[in-house]
Write a protein that binds this ligand. Structure first.
Ligand code: CA2
Length: 149
């Protein structure tokens, strides 16, 4: 089995499913975790699934992914729009990086239309709700050469 696919989520996503369901859907982050694990398993892969409200903790996990992950799926949440620290950490990775968003930030407020993370991402998947994560895991599996079982 390849190294796990790291799936990291940024601030406030621990509250997913509790508000703004018209934008973010009804599923909780636990539901999203189960979907990611199932999609990875279909490709013979595992996920390490974590969420943090703290920028530095996300930086630590991105650094950890350099050694321990085969690919990284990252929903940076609001830090995507603000954090040069996340961008700098991502630039040190040689593994595929899939940026993922539940909503489609490009169709929302002006301040959401760009992310620093995109500058270091292999690709971006946005706007499909929880399925954005599943699609991102599938993309990551494809990029590391994992075949569907
Ligand atoms: O669409 C996404 O996944 C976002 O990354 C979500 C962020 C937002 O700042 C980005 O522009 C787009 C916000 C996450 C807020 O977390 C929630 C907490 C409770 C219910 C719903 C979302």
């Amino acid at each position: 089995m390849p190294k796990p696919i790291y799936v990291l989520s940024g601030p406030n996503l621990n509250l997913l499913g509790t508000r703004e369901p018209e934008i973010y859907g009804h599923q909780t982050l636990n539901d999203v975790q189960a979907l990611c694990a199932a999609r990875a398993a279909a490709f013979g892969c595992e996920v390490v699934f974590r969420q943090s409200n703290h920028e530095g903790e996300l930086v630590d996990w991105i650094q950890e992914a350099r050694e321990k992950a085969s690919a990284l799926v990252l929903n940076p949440a609001a830090y995507g729009h603000t954090s040069v620290a996340l961008l700098d950490a991502l630039k040190m990775l040689v593994i595929p990086v899939i940026e993922c968003h539940l909503s489609n930030p490009a169709a929302r407020e002006e301040f959401r239309r760009q992310t620093y993370v995109s500058l270091a991402a292999t690709g971006v998947i946005s706007g499909f709700g929880a399925a954005s994560y599943e699609l991102a895991v599938e993309a990551a599996a494809g990029l590391i050469g994992a075949a569907k079982r």
